[in-house]
Every structure is written in C-alpha cells, then in structure tokens.
Design a protein around this ligand. Structure first.
Ligand code: UD1
Ligand code: CA
Length: 463
C-alpha cells in the first residue's frame, strides 16, 4: 500500500515560526505520531514500502527533524496550492498496483484499527472503491461536510467556505483521511481545478470525480470522534495533548500503576513500569523512563531518561536526568541529578543535593546540601552536609575518587583531582586538595584559637 502524509501547510493559525507538524504532542513532534500510525497500518495491512511525506512550509526543519527515518520519502510541495495539489506532488512515488492511503500530518490521534476499518470498507466496495473516513461532530465548523443523496450515497464533499447555509447544517464531516485505487486517483487528481472560495486544488474534489465515474464511495464513520480532531491552533493542540495524556494515563492504570490522579501526570516519551508502582500528582516523565517493581514516586518530579530500580522511592520535587538508580534507594525531596549518574542499591540522595557525572556504590549517602561532580564514590560512604566536590578549576574538569567507607564532615571541600582513601574521615570545614590517606582523620582547616582578655568594642557616645 502507498501511504501519503500531507504536511506542507503553513498552519497560520498556530502563530508560530515552528512548522505546525513539528509542534510537540506528548513530547514528540505531531508528525512522529502520524508516522507511527502509518507504520502500524502498513504492518497490519501486511505491506512494506516507503511512506511519502509532502512537505513545504518549513521543509528544511521538518526534513532534518526526521532525517534518520529510512522508510520516509520526503516530497517538496512548492508553492502550496491545496491538499489535492499536495497529493499530486507524491504521484511519481505511488505504485499503481496497490491503493493509496492519505493521512494528514495535523490529525495525530487516529488509531490504526480505525484506519484498518476504512481499508476493509473500501476493499469491500470493490476494486474501484474509494474509502472516506468521516465523523459526526456537534460543532462541525471549519470542516468539509459530507453531502449525501436521498438514498444516503455520498455525492461530494463541500468545504465550509464553499458550502450553502443548508450544507453547513450537515454534521457529518470529512476527516481528510481517504483511500483510493492509485491509477484512478492519479486520473482524478489530474483534472482538479482551483475554482473555489480558497482558490486551491482540493483533494476532496476527487470524490466528485469518483461519483461521476460511478466508482463506489464508502464512508466509514469514526466511533470515537476525538480521533478525528485536527490541530489548527494552540488551543486545539492543548486539547489534543490532554486527550493523549488521558489515554496514556489510562494505559498506565490498566498496567496496574496506581496514579493519585490520572489528570495530573504527563508522559512525554516512553514510560515502562513493573508491578505495584505508585505515582503521586504532578509528575512529568520525559524520554525513556523505566520504573521497577514497587517504585513510589512522590509529588511533582521531573524524571527524564532514567531507570529506577525496584523498591526505590523518589520523595518529591526532584529533577532527575539520565540517572540509573538501583533498588531500594531513596531520592529527594529536592534532589537533582544531571547526566550521567549511576547510583547503586540503597543509596540515599537527600534534599538540595546535586550529583553530576558520578557513581555511588552500595548504600552510600549524601543526605543534605552537597555537590558531587565527576566523582567515583565507593560503598557505604557518608557525604556530610555541605560537602562540595570542587571539580572545575575554571578551565578544566577533574575527577575525584572517594573510596569505600569514607566519611566527609560538614562543609568540606574536596578539590579535584583527588583521592580520598578507604575509611578516611575528612574533618568538618576542611578544604583538602591533596591525597587523603585511608583509615585516618584528615583535618585541613585553621586550628581553633581563643584570645584571652579580648574585649568586645563598645560604641562611642556621640558627644
Ligand atoms: C481539510 C479538508 C477538509 C477536512 C479537514 C479535516 C480539503 C480541501 N479539506 O481542510 O475537508 O474536513 O481537512 O481536518 O482537503 N496541506 C498540504 N499542502 C497544502 C495544503 C494543505 O500539505 O497545499 C496539508 C496540511 O499541512 C495539513 C493537511 O494538508 O496537514 C490539511 O490542510 P488544511 O489546510 O489544514 O486543511 P483544512 O482546511 O483543515
Ligand atoms: Ca486542518
């Protein structure tokens, strides 16, 4: 099967410099959702072959956002003279032996099973059959309307701007998605005219041609009208985002996750979960995140590209990025990890602790107010409150090794590059810039002195 995705339109109503199909929906460009749909349909229809994407407005940006997709053939439509003109540009890439399915880059919530119903209906209508996906909307404003005759047969599609007052009352609308036999589609496209209110070549006019030739036109009504919604404005984009997030939340609930509120979670990527995962309100998951069995996520965290081990608890208000966290760890509240962090089982990272490009061994703890950057931390280490690893000399970053069973006192500064030997204790308030020997107490601060007989100055009287 040939699949054409129309994505050349400007999307004026978005009022944005970003091409419409690159606006993100659940963390991925709108077009990525339509490509995923196209691939799912291609797989279910048992076909292969490339997917033709018609681009125009912001073509360069769209091309480069999808440059790694080997099965996508971009076709430039310049200038953009309408949806029919857009499909014309794809004609050289269409194999006449199989039908052509047209999808819209700005209709991203469609399910593969719905498109399959359309393909089956078109197939049942016969070799020359055309299939249209339609929807019944309470507010059909802005959509093309499906005009039927007394017998209920589809006669044509009329665009809102070309419709009579009577036709505007029709609530059955064109979703834009259609399938047609390829040789006939080519023929019909070749005789489109731009004689309409918008001066455009309408793809919808191929229906008039099909009817004139006596080709059967099957209209398949979408059951779940949300699938038909298109994105033309920021308001519509925001609505679709909520619909998609609700679908994702319901999938998580079905998978056994306990969500405190399915309306207050955002998944912008791929979230996979074990059993007995509990997620409180206000969490944002980005990229690829995996939560192991029994993971508990407290309120209001951002978690991006992380793997979190079984039984670990993230207490809340954390910003975690590219971290691999072991089992039974305790993170937060108010913790931050920056790329790349590896924490072993039972590690504790507490409030106002930032960890960057570092690893922590089994059961090590940094419970409060610390910065650990470019460090290898051993097992059972206790990082005291206020410990700073000074990894940056203003020009270069240096590595620090903190071996097993080290304790650093409050407010100690470890100036990299440095090794703190196993079992060493660094006294509170120390600034260590040389090797700290294992198993000993190292103090690197001014010795405390008391000045005998010192008197606190008193304020002179003014006269
Ligand atoms: C279109 C349909 C309308 C349908 C509605 C559903 C036509 C004439 N009208 O109207 O019947 O109810 O979609 O959402 O087909 N595009 C191009 N090149 C162009 C023009 C558009 O690639 O020259 C692409 C757009 O990027 C978009 C899609 O085609 O992905 C639809 O274009 P749009 O201008 O949004 O059409 P509508 O007015 O919404
Ligand atoms: Ca549209």
């Amino acid at each position: 099967m040939n699949i054409v995705i129309l994505a050349a339109g400007q999307g004026k109503r978005m009022r944005s410099a970003l091409p419409k199909v690159l606006h993100p929906l659940a963390g991925r460009p709108m077009l990525a959702h339509v490509l995923a749909l196209a691939r799912a349909v291609r797989a279910q229809a048992g076909g292969d072959g490339r997917i033709v994407v018609v681009i125009g407005h912001g073509a360069q940006a769209v091309r480069s956002a999808f440059k790694h997709e080997a099965d996508v053939q971009f076709v430039l439509q310049e200038p953009q003279l309408g949806t029919g003109h857009a499909v014309q540009q794809a004609v050289p890439w269409l194999d006449e032996a199989t039908p052509t399915l047209v999808l819209y880059g700005d209709v991203p919530l469609l399910r593969a099973q719905t498109v399959m119903r359309l393909l089956q209906a078109a197939c049942a209508a016969g070799r020359a059959g055309v299939g249209l996906l339609t929807a019944r909307l309470e507010e059909p404003h802005g959509y093309g309307r499906i005009v039927r005759d007394e017998a209920g047969h589809v006669r044509r599609i009329v665009e809102e701007r070309d419709a009579s007052a009577e036709e505007r009352l029709i609530t059955e609308v064109n979703t834009g998605i259609l399938v047609a036999p390829t040789p006939a589609l080519k023929r019909w496209l070749a005789c489109l005219s731009a004689d309409n209110a918008q001066g455009e070549y309408y793809l919808t006019d191929v229906v008039t041609r099909a009817v004139a030739e006596g080709a059967p036109v099957a209209a398949v009504l979408i059951q779940d009208t949300e699938e038909a919604l298109g994105v033309n404005s920021p308001l519509q984009l925001a609505r679709l985002e909520r619909i998609l997030q609700r679908r994702l939340a319901e999938q998580l609930l079905d998978a056994g996750v306990r969500l405190a509120d399915p309306a207050r979670i955002d998944v912008r990527g791929e979230l996979t979960v074990g059993t007995d995962v509990v997620i409180d309100v206000g969490n944002v998951f980005e990229g690829r995140v995996h939560l192991g069995d029994g993971v508990r996520i407290g309120p209001h965290n951002l978690i991006r590209d992380c793997t979190i081990g079984a039984g670990t608890e993230v207490l809340g208000y954390c910003y975690l990025e590219r971290a691999t966290i072991g089992a039974r760890a305790r993170i937060g509240p108010f913790a931050r990890t920056r790329p790349e962090v590896t924490l072993a089982d039972e590690v504790h990272i507490g409030n106002f602790v930032e960890v960057k490009n570092s690893s922590f061994g089994h059961a090590s703890k940094a419970n409060h107010l610390a910065y650990i950057g470019d460090a290898t931390v051993g097992a059972r280490v206790n990082i005291g409150a206020g410990t700073i690893v000074a990894n940056y000399d203003g020009a270069n970053k240096h590595h620090t090794v903190i071996e097993d069973d080290v304790h650093t006192g409050s407010n100690s500064v470890l100036v990299a590059p440095i090794t703190v030997g196993a079992g060493a204790t660094v006294a509170a308030g120390s600034t260590v810039s040389r090797h700290v020997p294992a198993g000993k107490l190292t103090v690197a601060r001014v010795r405390q002195t008391t000045v005998e007989g010192w008197q606190r100055p008193t304020k002179k009287s003014s006269n």
